[in-house]
Design a protein around this ligand. Structure first.
Ligand code: DAS
Length: 357
């Protein structure tokens, strides 16, 4: 009887020590929340060689996490399915929903970082939107994949593992929203999807990515210079909708149909994706001048992809009362203009914002 009691006591002691060790180990791990929104990373194809023609946004967040058990060794992970879409369909309402959820979670001391799984088509846009409205210095990492979860060498699992490692790394804090794909770390402002289907599609061509993830460990080599997250003037708290801002694309022999149609449809801001250094074709310019006269804010951007659109370069912006997009792509200039219009319609103030964010 005595032996049985002492064996039981010893077993209880071992179990207690084991539980304490597990608790200590868990306590050391960062708490990372994964917010799932859909995309190829949650996609499935008919066969293991289906890398195009698959269905995006079919796998739920718990399955994504279960498919990468290694994640639980490097972070205390919780998952939320915010919505389940192919990202070409993302809406302003879903941007606001996602951003407000991010801010609510990051305000909790129990959350150390957030990973957002997202379709790659508009990933750069969601990342830049969040870069301007998240009100925390904690890491927010947006991740996707170029091959569906069912494909040979699917890139989703390793991308998700790397993203969780990055979101749990204190050194990732204070750098704005990050995009982690293909072992690379990019800043939200300057990264773009540069290839329709390859795994290395996310690139920051001239301004450069900010680091690598090697062996699951993040390494940083540069930082961002423009304001972001806690250092922006944009506040979503009182916002339920975003102003309508559209993009008109320039090309050889373009006219004014698109500009006029977008203004007639109620655009409050218009981004002109000009040729070259933001050049205004003669047949388009009168429509933009008329739009400005109606109170529409006009931003001159470039379809080129790299470089600064010079103020008063290809057009007299001072005289036309236009704004220039600096180095922002047309799709990102649209996002900044949307948020700018929640604060002001002063072109002087909006131009300041384009040189600040
Ligand atoms: N349709 C694409 C999207 O959801 C799939 C992807 O690349 O994630 O963005």
């Amino acid at each position: 009887m005595l032996f049985a009691r002492s064996a039981h006591a010893a077993l209880c002691g071992v179990l207690f020590l084991f539980a304490a060790a597990v608790q200590a180990q868990t306590a050391k791990l960062p708490n990372v929340t994964i917010l799932a929104t859909g995309g190829t990373i949650a996609g499935t194809g008919a066969t293991s060689t289906t890398t195009v023609g698959y269905t995006a946004a079919t796998v739920g967040v718990q399955s994504l996490i279960a498919a990468v058990p290694e994640i639980t060794k490097v972070a205390n992970v919780t998952g939320e399915q915010v919505f389940q879409i192919a990202s070409e369909n993302i809406s302003d309402a879903q941007w606001l929903q996602l951003a407000k959820r991010v801010n609510l979670l990051l305000a909790q001391s129990s959350v150390d970082g957030i990973v957002i799984t997202h379709g790659t088509d508009t990933l750069e846009e969601t990342a830049y939107f969040l870069n301007l409205v998240v009100k925390s210095r904690k890491p927010v990492v947006v991740v996707g994949s170029m091959r569906p979860s069912t494909a040979l060498s699917a890139d989703g699992p390793i991308n998700l593992y790397n993203a969780v490692r990055l979101a749990g790394t204190p050194e990732a804090a204070g750098r704005g929203v990050l995009v982690a794909m293909n072992d690379q770390i990019h800043a939200a402002r300057d990264v773009t999807k540069a290839n329709t289907t390859t795994a290395d599609t996310f690139r920051t061509t001239e301004l450069g990515m900010i680091g690598y993830i090697q062996g699951g460990k993040p390494f940083f080599y540069r930082d961002v210079t423009r304001n972001h997250t806690v250092d922006t003037e944009f506040d979503l708290a009182k916002l339920d909708t975003l102003p309508q801002v559209d993009v008109a694309y320039a090309y050889a022999n373009v006219g004014d149909v698109a500009v006029n149609a977008l203004v007639a449809a109620g655009a409050k801001g218009l981004v002109h994706a000009g040729v070259g250094n933001g050049s205004l074709p003669a047949k388009t310019k009168p429509a933009l001048v008329a739009a400005r006269a109606k109170g529409v804010i006009v931003v001159r951007a470039s379809r080129v992809g790299q470089g600064i659109v010079a103020r008063n370069g290809e057009a007299n912006d001072d005289q036309l009362d236009f704004v220039v997009a600096d180095t922002l792509s047309p799709q990102k200039a649209r996002i900044l203009l949307m948020l700018a219009l929640t604060k002001t319609t002063s072109t002087k103030e909006i131009q300041r914002m384009f040189y600040t964010y």
